[in-house]
Ligand binder design. Sequence first.
Ligand code: SF4
Length: 232
Amino acid sequence: MQSIGRVDSEGTGRDGLPVPFDRNKIFPYAFRHSYAQRHADANIPIDVLKELMDHKSADTPGRYYKVSLRRKQEAVKTMRLHVVDRHGNPAPMASNKAYEMRSVAVPFGGCVEPSNVKAGGQACPIRFQCAGCGFYRPDPSYLAAIEDQIRDLKTDKETALAMGTAEYVVRNLQDQIDSFKKVSANMHEQIAELPEAERQELMESVKVLRKSRAALGRILPLTVIKHGESSA
Ligand code: SF4
C-alpha cells in the first residue's frame, strides 16, 4: 500500500478536486466491508449479497441495507436545503418527502415538472432543455454533471460554428452554456461560504446521493488509481 503514491477519496475539496483518502483506513477487512456496502447501496437483493458474502443468515448483510437507507435519508436532509433554481438562486425543498417524491433526477439536476416526476424522469415535455426550464431544481450533487455538460456544450458550439449552422443553433448552445455556468458559479459560491463542518457534511451527502443515483443506472465512480501513479 505504501507503494501507491496517492489514493483519492470520493469527496472533493473547496477547489473541486478530490481530497486524499486516509491510508490508515485501508486494511484487509475494510475491503470486505466496502464490497458489501457498495452492493447494498446499489440495491443488489439481500439474498444475492448473502450468497456473495457467504453469510449463513440474512441478518448480517441486512446491516448494510439499514446503513444504506439511513445514509441516504441523512444525505437528502442535508441536500434539500441546497437546492437552487435554474438561475442558481436558493430554492430549498421543504422536506425530505418533497425532495424524493415531488422531484425526479434528470441528467443535470432535479426536475419538479409533475408529469415528468410521475414518469420517473422519462417524460420531459421539452426534451431536457433544463437550463431554460422553470421546473429545473439542481443541487450540488449534480455539480459534476453540470460541469461536464458545459464542456460538452462548448464542444457542440465549436462543431456548429465549423459546420456553418444557422445562427440560432449557436445562440441556443451559448445560452445554455451561460445558464449552466451561472448555476455552477452560484453553487460554488454558496458552498465556499459554508463553515468547514457544514461543507464536509454537504460533500459527504453529494457522495451518497451520486452513488445512490448511480445505482439506478446513472453512472459514477470508484476511486481510480491510474497506471503509473505508483511510486514503487
Ligand atoms: S426541461 Fe424542465 S421539464 Fe424537462 S426534465 Fe428539465 S426541468 Fe424537467
